[in-house]
Design a protein around this ligand. Sequence first.
Ligand code: SAH
Length: 239
Amino acid sequence: MGDNGFVARVPVMNAATTQKIRLIMHLRNMGITDTNTLAAMEKVPREKFIPAAMHDQAYEDIALPIGRGQTISQPYVVAAMTQALELSGREKVLEIGTGSGYQTCVLAQLCRRVYTIERHKPLLLRAEEMFNALKLRNITAIAGDGMKGWPEQAPFDGIMVTAAAQGKPPQELLDQLRTGGILVVPVATADQQILRRYKKEGEDTFAVKDLMAVRFVPLLPHLAPASENADDTPRYAEG
Ligand code: SAH
């Protein structure tokens, strides 16, 4: 109590910071051991990538809608996929499925340059605004079909696909991986999706490891027509 009878209301940390710290501790308990990944996720403000109406859920470990029928992934899955790329800071990484741009920003903290492709142009434009707002200059983004990869920029040291491939990853992505590089991709089989890690050991040889069961939106071909899922874009807060 202060002299004037009011309880001091100077918070040591704001609510978002407290929730963020709780989330990072949760990720550690869930087995995320890479401290660089945890630090990157602590740095990127997830609330800025989701619709205003859901800001209070920004640091819960859940996927949330971002418009066009798409979702920003659950933080645990972002962390597990990022950790699986084993980044040292020098890599050139390709991301397929920019979505909100959140995962892109996490990657941008941890490697030399991120190339990212999104098939919904309105999502890409919004994500690019976020890259600028956060002053991340090592991201190159385009609207297009990521199933074809980005041949002009290949080979990549790491490739992350944040939408589920049917049965197996697109051959183009396997081809565009540098020997020694890692691809992480959710692969859909008949009744489930598994997150897989492909480490390229030679021109056509890969060490494949199943990481965990996941649920992603499907990886779809072609640039999305303007009409596709156009009616559900949520409102974003300014700034
Ligand atoms: N990484 C995102 C999650 C995006 S959800 C985030 O952090 O918010 C998956 C995204 O993949 C969707 O935006 C979807 O439009 C996109 N996508 C699906 N198939 C694609 C393709 N062939 N090329 C590029 N993007 C694709």
